[in-house]
Design a protein around this ligand. Structure first.
Ligand code: NDP
Length: 483
């Protein structure tokens, strides 16, 4: 077991049937470790234990639960440098982003630690005389969490923290491409004052252990973040057992740049939104919808900014954009570049594989000009450091283009006009709207989620998470009359 990173099954660290190597996308000669792959029987075993542990955990006093979540959050924040480095090493985002992600993950835990104490509920008088009604929330039970690689610690944490806060057991299947961050978070959780088996880590391939997990009749709820096809498959599996499901699945977010906006702000918001996290964010600004009267000036600055971006090893301090997460993702990105050109887009810069001193999956940030909203590069989620400019002649055309998509996670506008900002905020058909800010980057204490193909089920984060991680019980009480 010495050099194998184990799964956490029924409260024990155990090896699996197989192991996989985890290598850095910045430098494939950097072996981060070997990681166990959970077997089906281990999954069955941990689910059985989770059911019993959940009942015990739900009966913990609320201050005891709060202390557990606070301790996890505080440890994540105090180790943000160390764990952020590990995250950046395996995922490829620059160190500052890795560090920031781990710190933010800690904040999810401390936020939900406080929510453990927020026990104010609802009550009512019945329509029947002498009867009172108490409406309260109870845990759903055992929750399966299936998380992606692009925010390996934060996305998992914004699911795990509320799941535990509201009294549930958790079985976590992280993306197999970022297992080291999953083991690090599990190690922190494993040391807490929790019942044995309350929290499980089941690393393994999505198509095997993931599929078995989401099909399992012992699961009461599934929270998933990832791609639309996998999400649809999970929903199909969930419905067979009538399992509650919540899914967040990417987008095709647009940033509208208006003729009255601050041009420099628009450029920095667009560059950050399009290329932060190497464009591998569900909230990335992949469509830049630009008013014709500022189009040329905006494009000049945008292209200059993209060309100046320092692409490099995630752990080098000067790096502004790290590598793509995997060879497969890089190949798909390059295919999209070829597709965009075939569709008539003009590649103004970047979009090519870069030869670097380290053997990693590097590409330059790419910008397409002269694109139309019906091109596939403007309709499909690319998850790449690629952005397209779409020229429009008015605010109305901009809003129409923003809303012309199957997705609906985030959208943004850069404008100084209060009427346009307000109208946009009210009429953009997305779950999140930003004004003079990037489409990426959200807080932890407010709802997060989208419309259309972007999301399914209740919103995540903030108090909205209670909707998914609890079930409502309505009690009718006839106390009678005092004798
Ligand atoms: P996937 O949807 O394949 O993976 C997301 C998670 O689901 C991973 O943990 C994966 O496991 C798991 N999974 C895969 N198949 C199954 C299954 N049949 N049953 C249960 N769980 C499963 O995304 P990818 O990582 O392959 O990325 C592909 C594309 O998805 C990206 O290019 C991007 O467009 C989109 N995406 C969107 C994200 C978002 O934030 N909305 C996040 C990540 C991806 P494993 O990785 O081990 O196979």
């Amino acid at each position: 077991m010495s050099n194998i990173n184990c799964n956490f099954i029924a409260g024990q660290w155990v090896t699996g049937d197989q192991e996989i190597d985890n290598r850095s996308p910045s430098d494939t000669s950097d072996l981060i470790g070997r990681f166990a792959q959970a077997s089906r029987s281990q999954l069955d075993q941990t689910l059985e234990k989770a059911q019993r542990a959940q009942a015990e955990w739900a009966n913990y006093g609320m201050e005891r639960k709060q202390a557990v979540l606070m301790s996890i959050g505080n440890e994540l924040m105090s180790r943000a440098e160390e764990l952020g480095r590990l995250l950046s090493r395996e995922e490829g985002k620059p160190l500052a982003e890795g560090r920031g992600e781990v710190f933010r993950a800690g904040q999810f835990f401390t936020y939900y630690a406080a929510e453990c104490l927020r026990q104010l509920g609802e009550n009512a008088d019945s329509v029947r005389d002498g009867v009172e009604i108490d409406v309260r929330r109870e845990p759903v039970g055992v929750v399966a969490i299936v998380s992606p690689w692009n925010f390996p610690t934060a996305t998992a944490s914004w699911k795990i923290a509320p799941a535990l806060c509201y009294g549930n057991a958790v079985v976590w299947k992280p993306a197999n491409i970022t297992p080291a961050s999953a083991v690090a978070l599990t190690e922190i959780i494993s040391r807490q004052d929790i019942p044995e088996g309350l929290f499980s880590l089941v690393m393994g391939a999505g198509g095997s252990v993931g599929q078995h997990l989401v099909e399992h009749p012992s699961i009461d709820a599934i929270s998933f973040t990832g791609s639309v096809p996998v999400g649809k498959g999970i929903a199909t599996a969930a419905i067979q057992n009538l399992t509650k499901v919540q899914m967040e699945m990417g987008s095709k977010n647009a940033l509208a740049v208006m003729d009255d906006g601050d041009l420099d702000l628009a450029v920095s918001v667009a560059l950050g939104g399009a290329f932060g996290g190497t464009g591998q964010k569900c909230t990335a600004s992949s469509r830049l919808i630009v008013h014709s009267s500022v189009h040329d000036a905006f494009v000049d600055k945008l292209v200059a900014g993209a060309q100046a971006m320092k692409v490099g090893h995630a752990l080098h301090e000067a790096t502004q954009m790290g590598p793509v997460v995997s060879d497969q993702q890089l190949q798909e990105n390059l295919d999209y570049v070829a597709l965009g050109q075939a569709e008539g887009g003009e590649l103004a810069c970047g979009g090519v594989r870069l030869d670097m001193p380290d053997d990693g999956f590097y590409m330059s940030p790419g910008i397409f000009l002269n694109t139309t909203n019906d091109m596939r590069i403007n309709r499909e989620e690319m998850f790449a450091p690629l952005a397209s400019v779409i020229k429009v002649d008015s605010y109305d055309q901009a809003l129409a283009a923003v809303n012309d998509t199957n997705f609906g996670l985030t959208s943004g506008i850069v404008t100084r006009d209060l009427a346009r900002a307000t109208h946009f905020r009210r009429h953009a058909r997305t779950g999140v709207v930003t004004v003079n800010l990037p489409t990426a980057g959200t807080d932890y204490h407010v709802p997060f989620g989208g419309r259309g193909d972007s999301s399914y089920g209740p919103r995540e984060q903030g108090k909205s998470a209670a909707e998914f991680y609890t079930t409502v019980k309505t009690a009718y009480i006839s106390a009678g009359v005092p004798s």
